[in-house]
Design a protein around this ligand. Structure first.
Ligand SMILES: Cc1cc2nc3c(=O)[nH]c(=O)nc-3n(C[C@H](O)[C@H](O)[C@H](O)COP(=O)(O)OP(=O)(O)OC[C@H]3O[C@@H](n4cnc5c(N)ncnc54)[C@H](O)[C@@H]3O)c2cc1C
Length: 410
């Protein structure tokens, strides 16, 4: 007889699981607490949805910095190419951008959701929105169904939990799945914000807030030891610093009571000290007799000049030809090394993903079935698996969703 499968949560993982369970012949119902499916997908990739990454498998695994090894089976079973083919077969045209990031040609994340709705429709998956699940029903360590918040019981042979993490709770991911899984005997590792902005000890001046710095590099130091470096884009915020390279760095930071973290920016990573010095000397020559602050206008963004000049301690009005060699070296050191002591991560509500989740030790990586409860499956961000930005987190949700879907229908 066809298996009756209930999927809790209609996000990326839940929709993919529902589609493949139905494709394998199961009778599937997705229960989603929001009025609509895929709210997080809608806001992903700044509204463009970077749904996967077109790199090879090893690169993808290397970009899954937490429990990447657990992902081999699901990424082999449902690759990025399989994902691209599936979406294209349902009419969504995709394109690959810098860093192998894959987006819809339309640049609209809503088109990803619409395509997934089409997929679900094609297999007659029942979708019940505004339906919040409260509990999973167990009997003799086997799944029997779920209870909704209004008390309604729904019996099922299999239950797939795809309730996501705790970040961006307005999208519906409020961490309900952790509570339900815990009641089923599962362990939840500590939860932290990941891919999130950083609060600096030094207040950020008003002029800098909103400034984007492109093509800069950062070094991250933990207790004085360099642990990470990256190159790309940074944004100043009123609380500190954010942007793609800062979000990636945030994945390497925890326990701020015990550890000191410092981020050092190199504003001109393409130039060595010597080349930068020669460049500054040329600019000093060009702006000879002009105030020191004016001599930097070819080198730095306008908003950054005030800050760097202030940091050097050199009088901004000083004629540039009077700036001494020592002062020039202070300037050089600052352009190659603006330092920020980091106070803490921004809260989990602002994080792109939740770090931590259901311990992967208790989940079968080839099926996504719980090792503790028969008929219970997990997929997506609820698991203790995390990737960097670049489409890796959605690929994790889709590949684990695929495995949970296929196997729940058996
Ligand atoms: C701003 C932002 C941008 C991002 N951009 C990208 C990107 O471009 N590329 C990328 O790879 N990743 C991106 N991510 C991360 C990615 O979106 C998530 O990792 C992914 O959506 C997780 O999918 P999921 O299905 O596991 O969980 P979710 O998408 O969070 O879905 C969980 C669903 O479960 C529902 N739910 C929760 N509890 C219950 C309950 N009790 N009963 C019923 N339903 C429930 C929720 O309403 C929700 O719809 C982004 C994240 C954010 C916040």
């Amino acid at each position: 007889m066809d298996k009756k499968v209930v999927v809790i949560g209609g996000g990326a993982a839940g929709m993919m699981a529902g589609y493949f369970a139905a494709k394998e012949g199961a009778s599937v119902t997705i229960l989603e607490k929001n009025k609509m499916l895929g709210r997080k997908i809608r806001i992903s990739g700044k509204g463009r949805c970077n749904l996967t990454n077109a790199s090879d498998l090893e690169t993808i695994i290397n970009n899954i910095y937490r429990n990447g090894n657990f992902m081999y089976s699901s990424l082999y079973s449902f690759t990025n190419d399989n994902l691209i083919d599936l979406f294209e077969s349902f009419g969504l045209k995709l394109k690959t951008e810098r860093g192998n990031r894959v987006f819809p040609v339309s640049d609209k994340s809503i088109d990803v959701v619409k395509t997934m709705e089409k997929m679900l429709d094609s297999k007659n998956v029942r979708v019940k929105t505004s339906s919040t699940v409260k509990n999973i029903i167990l009997e003799d360590e086997k799944v029997k169904g779920v209870v909704l918040s209004n008390g309604t019981k729904m019996m099922a042979d299999r239950v797939i939990v795809t309730t996501g993490g705790k970040s961006y709770p307005l999208t519906g991911s409020t961490g309900d799945g952790y509570i339900m899984a815990k009641k089923c005997g599962h362990s939840i590792t500590d939860l932290y914000p990941a891919l999130v902005g950083l609060e600096t000890r030094e207040p950020i001046s008003e002029e800098l807030v909103g400034l984007n710095l492109r093509n800069i590099s950062i070094n991250l130091y933990k207790n004085g030891k360099k642990i990470y470096e990256d190159f790309g884009e940074l944004e100043y915020r009123d609380y500190g610093i954010d942007g793609p390279i800062i979000k990636s760095a945030s994945c390497y930071m925890d326990n701020f009571q015990k550890n000191n973290y410092k981020i050092v920016l190199d504003l001109k990573p393409a130039l060595t000290y010597e080349k930068l010095d020669a460049r500054i000397l040329r600019d000093f020559e060009k702006y000879s007799n002009k105030p020191f602050e004016k001599s930097l206008k070819d080198l730095l963004p306008k908003k950054m000049i005030d800050y760097i000049v202030y940091k050097t301690g050199i009088d901004r009005k000083k004629p540039v030809h009077q700036v001494s060699k020592e002062e020039r070296h202070i300037l050089l050191g600052l352009i190659k090394g603006v330092e920020y002591d980091i106070k803490r991560l921004r809260p989990i509500e602002e994080a792109i993903v939740t770090e931590g989740g259901i311990s992967v030790k208790e989940v079968n990586p080839s099926t996504m079935e719980s090792k503790l409860v028969e008929g219970l499956y997990f997929a997506g961000e609820i698991l203790d698996i995390n990737g960097f930005t670049g489409g890796y987190n959605l690929q994790i949700a889709f590949s684990t969703g695929y495995l949970a879907g296929i196997n729940s229908a058996q």
